[in-house]
Design a protein around this ligand. Structure first.
Ligand code: CTP
Length: 430
């Protein structure tokens, strides 16, 4: 088992998806995006499209430097509106009577600068207002997110660090640049952060921090119980439901720990502390250690209930040893949720899941009620793992949800991101 808050999380591919990609909860919000002069300026186009897919209205401002790399037409063609650039000498009001440098501050819910150049950080720290981007940032009193990108020596320079510290002290959120090789050939920290990280930082800035102060533990993914030197017993869980809950809780302000089974394919924000485990026993140990300090436990992991008893000789089991086939014996694993829920201190909330096979979602209700009682959970969400679009390794779920007070709900097929959002809201209410 290893516990990390990795500098670079597990999914590093440029377009790696996040577990909130299917969310409908941000539709109609407005994000104002500032783009500065950097080789990474073109990546703002990908970010723009990702936010737009969630129904977020994105307006944009290109600095003079950014226009050396990308054009307003690129972003206008992708649907950003309005797209601002220079601060005209005789700036006039728009059709609604608003000055361009004040307009985002009056209507956008959050402002994000990506890439933010060293020069932009210096100008924002000084409160300059002699170009459109700086003036709009100065006139913006909502959440401000900065995703810097520059040469590693420029990033490490005390002047840049002091500017970043000043901006953070005033409430700006920083998306720390990534490490690695930069386009200029230098190595170190300075590359634009991975896009999923910037994407999620914007979602956090766009929503209410109603989970602030909550310490949340999520178990997710499958476990893997090895048999011989090369084979194991597991299940097809992708960890998406758990990644959606972890991301959702973080976006809404919670501090999050994720106890992850092997092979998680979904992005988790860097601020989420990850405990990487393989077996059910390791997951149990990691979760047990974390649990006393938590306010909420969200148990989404598809834990193997049994582990195969390994053959007597270590290494690979050779087929010549069993030409007629053979039987494997299994021993039971601890029930992580049941054990932690039974020993919890007062005030800790427990969200359980149930993977069931049933004819339809309504038929899940009695099974859900029985499992809620058996596991001593506060809230339980059951899904049909045999239904189309529901269960393991799908992006959607239809669920039967029950809580300990007797309240029940049937949720039709929706994205796991939306299921996560609703479950977090339900947990806050009970
Ligand atoms: N769970 C757990 N540890 C286990 C088994 C399950 O923490 N060893 C948790 C799951 O993460 C889930 C809930 O218990 O939140 C229910 O899991 P599920 O597989 O549906 O039920 P089981 O308890 O395994 O019971 P059964 O297989 O009989 O349905």
């Amino acid at each position: 088992m290893s516990r990390t808050t990795p500098a670079t999380p597990i999914c590093t591919a440029a377009g790696a998806g996040t577990a909130l990609d299917g969310s409908t909860r941000f539709a109609g919000r407005r994000l104002h995006l500032g783009v500065c002069g950097s080789i990474a300026a073109y990546r703002a186009a990908d970010l723009l499209r990702q936010w737009q897919r969630l129904g977020i209205h994105v307006s944009l401002c290109l600095s003079r430097g950014a226009r050396q790399f990308v054009t307003p037409l690129l972003f206008e063609s992708l649907g950003a509106a309005p797209v601002y650039h220079d601060l005209p000498a005789d700036e006039s009001r728009d059709s609604l009577g608003t000055f361009a440098h004040l307009e985002p501050g009056q209507t956008a819910h959050a402002m994000l600068v990506a890439p933010a150049s060293a020069d932009a950080l210096a100008r924002l720290a000084q409160g300059r207002a002699d170009d459109m981007l700086a003036a709009q940032a100065l006139a913006f009193d909502g959440p401000l997110v900065l995703a810097p990108a520059m040469n590693p020596r420029m990033w490490a320079h005390p002047a840049t660090q002091a500017n970043v510290a000043t901006l953070c002290a005033r409430g700006a959120q920083l998306v720390i640049p990534d490490t690695g090789g930069t386009a200029c050939g230098d190595e170190g920290r300075g590359r634009l952060a991975p896009l999923p990280e910037i994407f999620l930082a914007a979602l956090k800035a766009l929503c209410q921090q109603d989970m602030a102060g909550q310490r949340v533990m999520v178990t997710l993914g499958p476990t893997r119980e090895s048999w011989d030197g090369v084979r194991f017993w597991s299940n097809p869980s992708s960890g998406l439901m758990g990644a959606a809950l972890a991301s959702c809780a973080w976006v809404r302000g919670a501090e999050v720990w994720a106890v992850c089974g092997p092979g998680l394919r979904h992005w988790l924000p860097q601020a989420v502390t990850r405990c990487e485990v393989t077996t059910a026993r390791q997951m149990f140990e990691a979760a047990s250690e974390l649990w006393p300090g938590m306010d909420m436990g969200m148990f989404t992991a598809a834990v193997a209930d049994f582990s195969p008893v390994p053959p007597a000789s270590p290494g690979k089991f050779k087929k010549a040893l069993a030409p007629e086939g053979f039987s494997v014996e299994f021993t039971p694993n601890a029930d992580i949720l049941q054990s932690l829920a039974a020993g919890r201190r007062s005030g800790q909330k427990v969200l359980a899941f149930a993977a069931e096979t049933a004819t339809d979602t309504t038929a899940l209700l009695p099974l859900a009620r029985a499992k809620l009682a058996r596991k001593q959970a506060d809230l339980l969400a059951a899904n049909c793992v045999n239904a189309a679009g529901s269960g393991f390794a799908t992006s959607t779920n239809s669920m039967a949800v029950v809580d300990a007070s007797g309240t029940e709900a049937i949720w039709p097929l929706q994205s796991k991101a939306d299921v996560a959002w609703e479950l977090c809201s339900w947990l806050l209410r009970i």
